[in-house]
Design a protein around this ligand. Sequence first.
Ligand SMILES: [Zn+2]
Ligand SMILES: [Zn+2]
Length: 213
Amino acid sequence: MKVLTIPVTPFMQNCRVIACESTGKAAIVDPGGDADKIIAAVKEYNLDVDLVLLTHGHLDHVGVSEELAKQFNVDIVGPHIDDTFWLEGLPMQAQMFGFAPHKPFFPQRWLNEGDIVELGALSLQVRHCPGHTPGHVVFYEPASATVLVGDVLFKGSVGRTDFPKGDASQLKHAIETKLFTLDDETRVLSGHGEDTTIGYEKRNNPFMSGRFG
Ligand SMILES: [Zn+2]
Ligand SMILES: [Zn+2]
């Protein structure tokens, strides 16, 4: 699996373009903004965009989803339906985060725990990881041992849980049961900041070791 990382928005959200190397089919994951930068990357690598994939409904992850779905004539897939209120609340999020006004939208397909998203020869496994938002999902690609975690887990940190319907114990449980059960070598691609691995976070993440409860 090829991965391009395109930091977007003032929040430096890591939009990722992931692609099947045998077919060139690509998914744009969490396009929060800066559509022109994302389109330029897709063109540079001559990729065939098949999907827009969303981990959760926060504006810095979804801001140009509709624009790109229209541009490439593809569906928006994810997150889990429990993030409906965040997508309905996009106008409020735009005010809250200081972004340009944004209308609500909904994906063509919601995702559930255990779903598979096909991308060329790749199969992305969907894991539902609520806590940062109730409908947050992550995408695990076994052949490259890579997991795209959005705002669930960061290098040395975890997602905020002080938003409406956030839940710290739910988040911790999701990380323990849906992420820390993956092999230590698994590459973790987070929505903000550096990449990490499952093993590194198991050993070093202070939010998961009990040091911060
Ligand atoms: Zn978020
Ligand atoms: Zn974020």
